[in-house]
Design a protein around this ligand. Structure first.
Ligand code: UD1
Length: 420
């Protein structure tokens, strides 16, 4: 298994370009199941989760061409309406295919995705929504079987504004003639990007005056071309890497508005940021890093995906900072690893209290999830000496060309596999 060896203690310097958003690209790729016509998607990051999604589309009967971040999806015979566990276990997000397959075939069989390191990750909100749309949900041998004689438009109020449930229900509702209204929906930019793509495919989705999504379902959708929105989690992670190493970095090709809460938090911590319509410059800063309390929340709140990298920055603050994780129940696995690197962190339920230290020390650590893994990479960049981060496969799910991008910023990071 690959590891990263990082010789830290260098300030990052230069500029880094943001890739397309993983979490936007994945549901958009899945949405191509809603048509037999060709779809062309640009700025699709070359990441493990994307490659898994392409395998899923191929399994289901699509033909894929993927070159230079552009994916062309075309029909290749009749689509299947089920997925094997082998593919689902590689990526929980594969449950997204439920919406489009149900809409097209009135029956779909998908293995339950199961939990992951950061939490249980149930799909009850998806299933309740499908039931409202006229489907029966049956559990059999670890699979969810969705069946409907006829799908009907409905008003659905989500118990929680789940990102993937919002996207799944939207995709399904697009092919149900009549008006479906989704309330208490997720407002993440990745949901907006899916809406833009679905509307390009001929769907009719608009946002109502109370933020509800109003879908006028169609009998068919057509092919479309789209460039995926910039990855706000990647751009935010580079801003945090720049700040933690006390570097001077411009993150370009991003949408600063999507990182506005993070930008405010960094300013509160003492950093000066230069913001243009598509870039954020984190200026070099040698003063004290002020402790700032953040609480994760659905968009536009502080992104749970930036909580771990943010915690690394706060390990170096002058005082005690608090992080409340209000989205996932078990998203502090990076904390004990950061403690092994000299950080002072006490966690209690959903709150982490971080007392800043002068420096972090290099250590041998393990990534246990994607964003927690990035937090360790940033810590390794700050710590003098050689840090070894194991289980890089988690990080490979979400950061395109990470070593190349960091090396271009002056970092000393390399990948190696002790088994090769
Ligand atoms: C998406 C993102 C993930 C991000 C998260 C929150 C993708 C592939 N992943 O995940 O990176 O961390 O949004 O911004 O886009 N929940 C239920 N029942 C459900 C669905 C969700 O209880 O049916 C709970 C989850 O357990 C969690 C919370 O709702 O505690 C948020 O989950 P959700 O918004 O669905 O996150 P994901 O879409 O899985």
């Amino acid at each position: 298994m690959d590891r990263f060896i990082i010789r830290g203690g260098k300030k990052l310097n230069g500029s880094v370009h943001t890739s397309g958003s993983k979490n936007a690209a994945l549901p958009i790729l899945v949405a191509t199941l809603l048509t037999d016509e060709p779809c062309v998607l640009h700025r699709v990051p070359n990441l493990r989760d994307v490659r898994t999604t392409l395998k899923i589309l191929e399994y289901l009967g699509k033909k894929i061409e993927y070159r230079d971040n552009t994916v062309t999806v075309t029909a290749d015979g009749v689509l299947k309406n089920n997925l094997p566990y082998e593919l689902v276990k590689q990526m929980r997000a594969s449950f997204w295919v439920a919406g489009p397959l149900l809409a097209r075939f009135k029956v779909a069989e998908i293995p339950l995705p199961g939990g992951c390191a950061i939490g249980v990750r149930p799909v009850d909100i998806h299933l309740k929504g499908f039931e409202k749309l006229g489907a029966e949900c049956e559990m059999k041998a670890g699979n969810v079987i969705l069946r409907a004689k006829e799908l009907v438009p409905a008003k659905i109020v989500l118990r929680f504004p789940s990102v993937r449930a919002t996207q799944n229900l939207l995709m399904c509702a697009c092919l149900i003639p009549g008006e479906t209204v989704l309330e208490n929906v997720a407002k993440e930019p990745e949901v907006d990007d899916l809406i833009v793509f679905l509307n390009k495919m001929g769907a009719d989705i608009r946002v109502g005056d109370k933020g509800q999504l109003i879908v006028r379902g169609k009998t068919a959708l057509h092919g479309a071309e789209h460039a995926v929105v910039a990855d706000r989690i990647e751009s935010g992670s580079y801003m945090l890497a720049a700040a933690a190493t006390r570097g001077d970095v411009t993150v370009d090709g991003c949408v600063p508005e999507h990182n506005s809460i993070l930008i405010e938090a960094l300013q509160e911590a003492g950093f000066t940021l230069g913001v243009t319509p598509d870039s954020v410059h984190v200026h070099a800063y040698d003063g004290d890093i002020k402790p700032v309390r953040v609480r994760t929340a659905p968009y536009p709140g502080f992104a749970t995906d930036l909580q771990a990298p943010w915690m690394t920055l706060m390990t170096l603050c002058g005082g005690t900072a608090e992080v409340d994780e209000d989205i996932f129940e078990n998203r502090f696995m990076h904390a004990p690893e950061l403690v092994r690197m000299g950080a002072e962190i006490v966690t209690e339920k959903s709150v982490a209290r971080i007392t800043g230290v002068k420096t972090l020390c290099a250590a041998h650590v393990q990534a246990s999830d994607l964003r927690g893994g990035m937090a360790l990479v940033i810590a390794g960049l700050c710590a003098a000496g050689e840090t070894e981060v194991e289980r890089v496969y988690h990080i490979d799910r979400g950061y395109e060309n990470l070593e190349q991008k960091l090396t271009a910023l002056g970092a000393d990071i390399r990948r190696y596999n002790p088994d090769k």
